[in-house]
Design a protein. Structure first.
Length: 491
């Protein structure tokens, strides 16, 4: 009896978890955690799922994904780095203390790892995974409808209706943005983060492979293909430059896969019937590959240049994209400032200098900002955002790049553990891609999500948002599920 009620409660918790994903900064979570920005609504059902799903599975002998071992090593090293930080000469910054900054950072790390293991738990049973994939589509529909409504009202009326602002105040800790869609995320770039790391990879993979987890299908039209179109529009209206770049890289990767297949097909078809032998046959194969590679490079360059030109006309921040006069000063920072992203470059540089000082274990989670007054470049102090942050805001500066943060706060060892964790999931996703049906779509989606994470890692530096953790957890969980079905290990 108790087990039946636990199972029912678990399904309800999964339902709430998936449908809470659109909300990155939920007011109730803000009040509970004190975090104004990183306050995902999914944190509320996460604790319940740990108690009624993850822990019971572990106690019943369900193995943890083998791919998670580098992640656990990274988390352990972060704890060691945090302890060692108390023996470093860390400069003071405003009223912040080492204990507070480290506890906040470690909490977000633990939350991220918890999201990963919960996602892996959800994906390790095919029936439950299909249920979650349907729910992620419905939660994605919430995201895209909100974003497209915001874009529509702004472009038609130059503002938002009162009811939309009231809903925003109820569900998000930040007001609506002018000219840019943000959905139910804290800011437009976080909307792009959601789309690129969870929704668009799944919809794109399902659309290309023609799979769906829903029963209704109207010829070639599936729910995932409809969502893909709305998701791309939402991404465009977010006007997130790093988000658009990430999606273009996903398209470039798919294009590369198609060209590799075409190259293999042409070799078999053209050379199989050819009378060439010996060295001539080898040179013919080399020439064919070189020609196709050159064509691919030209097409990809054209795609990125065309996208850059379109963005320079669509986004006023990018109007000077092809104006290279600022580079004559000899500093890339002036050109970056012309495109309104100099602040990010400067914060990355400051974090890199911290890593250079403490390359092995870093300065401990959450502690890189203490060094910014010493590591910020002279040019940076002329920028409004930097001076406002350093003199007027009572917040500890952050690096604004996941990759540089990993280096600065956990050192080269922590960075290596995290990259190994991602690499193992890339290998697992590539194995899954060879499977048929939805399993193959999930594998391709995992590869696309990792590509998206590569670019998003230069914009967002938090571990507390669930989206890439869920995509990675699904890869590992699906691997376990397939091993159950096949009765053996994947490799």
């Amino acid at each position: 009896m108790a087990e039946r009620w636990r199972a029912r409660l678990e399904w309800v918790a999964w339902f709430l978890f998936m449908l809470s994903l659109p909300f990155t900064s939920f007011p109730l979570v803000k009040r509970l955690t004190g975090s104004n920005m990183v306050a995902p609504a999914a944190l509320l059902p996460l604790g319940l799922l740990i108690l009624i799903s993850f822990l019971p599975n572990v106690l019943r002998g369900q193995p943890l994904p083998r791919q998670s071992l580098p992640l656990l090593a990274w988390l352990s090293l972060a704890l060691v780095s945090a302890a060692c930080a108390f023996f470093l000469s860390i400069p003071p910054y405003h009223n912040f203390t080492l204990v507070d900054s480290e506890m906040d950072a470690l909490a977000t790390m633990v939350i991220g790892v918890a999201f990963y293991f919960i996602a892996a738990t959800g994906a390790n049973h095919s029936k439950r995974l299909w249920f979650l994939l349907r729910l992620v589509n419905w939660s994605g529909l919430i995201v895209t409808i909100a974003a497209l409504l915001q874009a529509g009202f702004w472009r038609l009326h130059g503002g938002y209706p009162v009811w939309m602002e009231q809903i925003q105040e109820l569900l998000v800790t930040h007001q609506l943005y002018l000219e840019r869609a943000s959905g139910f995320a804290f800011e437009p770039s976080w909307l792009a983060h959601q789309l690129n790391l969870l929704y668009l990879p799944w919809w794109l993979a399902s659309s290309l492979r023609g799979t769906t987890v829903h029963r209704l299908r109207l010829g070639p039209l599936t729910f995932e293909r409809f969502l893909l179109v709305t998701g791309i529009l939402a991404l465009i209206f977010s006007v997130s430059r790093i988000g658009l770049l990430g999606f273009l890289l996903m398209i470039a990767f798919l294009f590369l896969l198609a060209v590799l297949w075409l190259m293999e097909w042409l070799e078999k078809r053209a050379l199989a019937t050819s009378s060439l032998v010996g060295a001539r046959r080898v040179w013919a194969r080399i020439g064919l590959r070189a020609g196709l590679t050159t064509l691919v490079l030209i097409l990809l360059a054209g795609m990125f240049l065309s996208a850059g030109y379109a963005l320079s006309k669509f986004d006023r921040r990018m109007a000077g994209l092809f104006d290279f006069k600022a580079l004559q000063s000899g500093s890339f920072a002036y050109y970056a400032n012309q495109l309104v992203f100099a602040e990010r470059i400067i914060f990355w540089e400051a974090g890199w200098k911290v890593f250079n000082q403490f390359p092995l274990l870093g300065v401990g989670p959450g502690n890189a900002g203490y060094f910014f007054p010493q590591t910020l470049s002279a040019f940076s102090w002329n920028l409004t955002e930097v001076s406002t942050l350093m003199y007027q805001q009572d917040t500890l500066p952050n690096i604004k790049s996941l990759w540089v943060r990993l280096l600065a706060e956990t050192g080269i060892i922590g960075f290596a553990f995290f990259i190994t964790f991602l690499f193992l999931h890339w290998l697992t996703a590539s194995w899954l891609r060879k499977a048929s049906g939805v399993w193959g779509s999930l594998g391709l989606a995992g590869m696309l999500a990792i590509i998206g994470l590569f670019t998003e890692g230069f914009s967002v530096d938090t571990f507390g948002l669930p989206y890439y953790w869920i995509s990675l957890g699904w890869i590992a969980g699906a691997c376990l599920a397939l091993e159950k079905d096949w009765g053996g290990k994947l490799g």
